[in-house]
Design a protein around this ligand. Structure first.
Ligand SMILES: [Zn+2]
Length: 413
């Protein structure tokens, strides 16, 4: 922690002032709570985190947290949409809409996530995200990279994604996505022909590599691990179990993705903690078995976030699939869940209530852990001096009051 004197240097009146001081807050650190804290943000960086003693620097904008919390901004690595838009709509406007909605829910770093779809749709989505990323806006969630999620899913684990948009990976197709330089997270079902080449290419590109929408066996997971795979998308959703692997490969019964993640200490996974996908005991089980360094939270949110109940489309607005948003979650017409309808603040509150874990552990799972796993932890994920000033001010009941992106208030006066 820096002494607060370090932020009281004299500035000439002509210099643009960008100093925010958050007072009367409990700071949520990666390993504990710091009551009676003051957080100083200057020129887009976290300049000090400590006990409040002196009065705020004269040029500062002071935010009184009124006894609430100051948290690092959330990092969401698996998110499709919000505010009526899906990233797959493939226009800069759609991308801005989604990033604005998730910023209001505390997400300051976002990885737009592809669904199944035609190659042209995926390229349009990546191009639209590049436009918005390059705008460098500080009033919406910042795009840290693309999560190439669809289309390389197993045919029997497509979930709510459009089936026609699913295929096996080929170097001709996936090398063009990687060539954009924007793909930072790469998902593929481990049992597909061509998965090994996909994983090795993703590793050469420095991606965080994940297996999802898959019915893989232990052996297939082990092969994928050797090729660089280190993560499984939304634990227990659209993934294999011992019985699903038996149905596919017969006896003797074999280990599945579930056992592989639990037993291999280098593997991580994520949960959709919206209270609709997984029960409280499953969230507790995942937290106890994996801990806050190997488990993190994602929204996996659809375009239904902050939208009234009704029928919506998952994925591309024209070629996606229909689902019904009941105000809590998306449901496919044939039954089955179709993505969450909630922002990350909701996931934090649900995980806290379900697990009884300390608040700092739950917030870590929404910020530092996903930042570490995706290689962003030097820059974001915790209230650490020198990191980007991505901060959320929360009420005592963990409702979002203000969101600060890169040192500027993006949401909440
Ligand atoms: Zn999924």
């Amino acid at each position: 922690m820096l002494p607060s004197a370090a932020v009281q240097e004299v500035r000439s009146p002509s210099m643009p002032v960008n100093c925010i001081v958050i007072e009367n807050a409990t700071a949520i650190l990666p390993d504990r709570l710091l009551p009676d804290a003051r957080v100083v943000l200057r020129d887009g960086r976290i300049a000090a985190v400590g006990r409040s003693r002196r009065s705020a620097p004269r040029d500062a904008q002071v935010i009184d947290a009124r006894g609430g919390y100051v948290s690092p901004g959330f990092v969401d690595v698996h998110v499709h949409g919000g505010g009526g838009a899906d990233f797959m709509d493939g226009t800069p406007d759609a991308v801005r809409t989604v990033c604005a909605v998730h910023a209001r829910h505390g997400t300051t770093t976002i990885f737009p996530t592809t669904t199944t779809g035609a190659p042209e749709e995926i390229h349009a989505m990546i191009a639209a995200c590049r436009v918005v990323r390059d705008e460098g806006r500080d009033d919406i969630s910042r795009i840290a990279g693309i999560h190439l999620y669809g289309p390389f899913f197993a045919p029997d684990k497509v979930g709510c994604h459009a089936e026609e948009g699913r295929r096996d990976p080929t170097p001709e197709e996936f090398s063009r996505y990687f060539a954009t330089g924007l793909v930072r997270i790469a998902t593929c079902a481990a049992e597909l022909p061509g998965a090994g080449a996909f994983f090795r290419k993703a590793r050469r590109e420095g991606c965080f590599i994940t297996c999802g929408h898959s019915n893989a066996s232990w052996t297939e997971m082990d092969r994928a691990f050797a090729a660089g795979m280190r993560h499984v998308d939304h634990f227990w959703c659209a993934m294999s179990s011992v019985s699903s692997v038996r149905a596919r490969l017969g006896t003797p019964m074999q280990g599945s993705m579930e056992q592989y993640v639990l037993l291999n200490p280098e593997m991580s996974t994520e949960v959709i903690a919206d209270g609709q996908h997984l029960s409280a005991e499953l969230l507790t089980f995942a937290h106890r078995m994996l801990g806050p360094h190997r488990l993190f939270l994602v929204t996996d949110a659809s375009r239904a976030v902050d939208m009234p109940p009704g029928r919506y489309r998952f994925g591309h607005i024209k070629t996606g699939t229909d689902f019904d948003h009941d105000g809590k979650v998306g449901r496919a017409p044939q039954g089955g869940l179709a993505s969450s309808s909630m922002g990350m603040d909701h996931m934090v509150r649900t995980m806290l209530e379900a697990t009884g874990a300390p608040l700092w552990e739950v917030v870590r799972m929404a910020s530092l852990t996903p930042a570490e796993r995706t290689g962003l932890a030097d820059e974001v994920g915790s209230l650490t001096v020198g990191k980007r000033a991505d901060v959320v001010v929360l009420s005592p009941r963990l409702k979002v009051r203000q969101v600060i992106v890169g040192g500027r208030v993006a949401h909440g006066a």
